[in-house]
Design a protein around this ligand. Structure first.
Ligand code: FBP
Length: 552
């Protein structure tokens, strides 16, 4: 296999652990804190998790290791979308496990949770693991989106664990995967299997965070990668002075990624879905808001700019989400076949016109035809419109073009508007992890093994104090049930980890809000450049603006 010089150099990088985890396993002791309660709906969560609810918060410290010496056979899975640093979670877990006892074994179940059901695995050894140290991607064992959530699946997993003598499972995933980790932990405890479950917080979206988890891994590297590209685009815009760039960034429903990229690059505009929702902004209001900045800059002779659009924004526009549900209804079950059988777009349009309410038709009719057609082409396995596939960067630039054309007619706008479109998502999910993510992930994995060794079940590996140098990070664990509440999902009340959206009264948004009017009209771009892996700590080890502002 041919490897790049950077990959080769990264193999040699020694991730930094918190001081309390350094110096060898024999010196890591545990300190138990207070019993915990879930963030909401305590009684209901307790009733659903009688064996794992209310456990104590725990912190590791330097001292005599008092865990019971027993052979550990651990299984690990990667779940959901790729996030930089996943390989290092596995490397940290492997190193801790092997340095505790060389007889310990680490199984990697392949292609996500399905690997546990299909009993599809590899057993890690030094030679294999060393090819993945400090690298991006999830290709070490692959990932997948199958959910582990039913009793039948849990029974199969229990059988697989029994077959291999597995004592613990580590689930590296987002809020849904860690919710399922908690349910699996409860199942194992109720059945007295003796198998422990530990979760690790992953997702580039940054929406798995709360008072215990300061950030999910991968967010740092992905946002640095996107910000490098947005900075480059800004510099190109400021050089050529002829294009408006509409950049959609990943992040699912939450706008943490968009906000972080805006804090790093200071574009002319950044939509924040949570604000759109709070202010109940319509498509037309959003288009006017963008058009104002285009016109103000044009008046100063600047017919160029950069706008960041979070991928989930259209879901938060009230009239658009009503339109989506009406379309889902319109095409439910066999009605989709009748629609698809229509030969021309004109016939389809007439069908749509008949099926939608007037209010939704008003919204539908102002959309560019390409977006109208996307709403009917891209369906998920349940038959619903996949909102993340809607090219909202093109939608908004088309709506803004209409607004500007109208203003031109009125004589209130005289500029030129040439939009270009970009979507930044997959480009950032498998980048070489930044030093922050390399260190954070290795620590999460190392720490996950300490939780296993000390016998904890249903815990999330927790590394905190992350805005400080790695030596000052604090390692410990938090019962997953503490992060749960009851939410309505698919028509049922379900215990889930609360998803974190951007807080409009939080410091990162407040900072953005205080500066955006200037950024909208001036050209204040910042060019972060590429992630640096070697060099001074103030260049290589800094984390996100979001985390820095939150911890100010
Ligand atoms: P996770 O929530 O599983 O971490 O995935 C994040 C994400 O990258 C989102 O930002 C994006 O909307 C989605 O995955 C894309 O999914 P897919 O990889 O299935 O195309």
């Amino acid at each position: 296999m041919k490897i790049s010089p950077l990959q080769k150099a990264r193999y040699e990088y020694k991730p930094k652990l918190p001081l309390m985890l350094r110096g060898g396993i024999a010196e890591i002791s545990v300190s138990e804190g207070a019993e915990t309660k879930s963030v909401a709906d305590c009684e209901k969560i307790q009733a659903l998790f009688p064996n794992t609810y209310g456990k104590k918060e725990i912190t590791f410290k330097k001292g005599q290791n008092t865990s019971t010496a027993k052979k550990q056979v651990v299984g690990v899975i990667l779940s959901g979308g790729q996030a930089p640093g996943g390989h290092n979670v596995i490397c940290g877990l492997y190193d801790a496990l092997k340095s505790t006892n060389p007889e310990n074994v680490l199984y990697g179940f392949k292609n996500g949770p399905i690997g546990l059901i299909e009993d599809n695995y590899i057993i890690f050894d030094d030679e294999y693991i060393d090819q993945y140290r400090n690298t991006g991607g999830f290709d070490i064992i692959g990932s997948g989106r199958t959910k582990l959530e039913t009793k039948e699946q849990f029974a199969i997993v229990a059988e697989v664990c029994k077959k291999h003598g597995i004592t613990a499972i580590v689930i590296i995933g987002g809020d849904d995967s860690n919710t399922n980790a908690a349910v699996l932990a409860e199942y194992f405890a109720a059945k007295n299997t003796g198998v422990q479950v530990i979760g690790c917080p992953k997702t580039i979206d940054g929406d798995l965070k709360n008072e215990d988890i300061e950030c999910s891994f991968g967010f740092d590297t992905a946002t640095k990668t996107y910000s490098e590209l947005i900075g480059n685009i800004g510099r190109d815009a400021n050089s050529a002075k002829k294009y408006w760039h509409f950049v959609k960034v990943m992040g699912r429903s939450a706008s943490h990624v968009a906000l972080e990229c805006a804090l790093q690059t200071q574009p002319n505009l950044c939509l924040i879905s949570e604000e759109v929702s709070a202010k109940k902004m319509s498509l037309s209001q959003i288009a006017d808001y963008i058009a104002d900045s285009v016109a103000d800059r044009a008046a100063k002779g600047m017919n160029f700019g950069v706008a960041i659009i979070p991928e989930g924004v259209v879901e938060f526009v009230p009239e658009f989400s009503v339109l989506i549900s009406e379309i889902n209804e319109l095409l439910a079950g066999s009605k989709a076949d009748a629609f698809n059988a229509l030969a021309t777009w004109a016939e389809k349009y007439a069908f749509i016109e008949k099926g939608l309410t007037k209010a939704s038709m008003d919204v539908f009719s102002i959309l560019p035809q390409s977006i109208q057609q996307q709403l009917f082409l891209e369906r998920d396995p349940h038959g619903n419109v996949q909102v993340s596939l809607i090219e909202s960067e093109k939608l908004f630039s088309a709506l803004v073009a209409d607004k500007l054309a109208a203003r031109k007619k009125e004589g209130t706008y005289k500029g030129k508007f040439s939009p270009l479109h970009h979507f930044l998502g997959y480009e950032g999910r498998c980048a070489f992890p930044s030093n922050f993510d390399a260190d954070y992930c290795y620590s999460l994995g190392y720490n996950a093994f300490m939780l296993i060794q000390y016998g904890y079940n249903g815990y999330l590996s927790k590394i905190s104090n992350l805005s400080k140098p790695a030596s000052e990070w604090i390692a410990g664990g938090m019962p997953i049930t503490k992060m749960m509440n009851i939410e309505r999902r698919h028509g049922e009340d379900k215990p889930v980890i609360k998803k974190a959206l951007v807080e409009l009264d939080g410091k990162p948004f407040k900072f953005f809000e205080a500066n955006r009017a200037t950024w909208a009209v001036e050209t204040s771009y910042v060019y972060p450049g590429a992630i640096q892996y070697y060099g001074p700590a103030e260049v290589c080890d800094i984390t996100t603006r979001t985390l820095a502002l939150e911890k100010e």
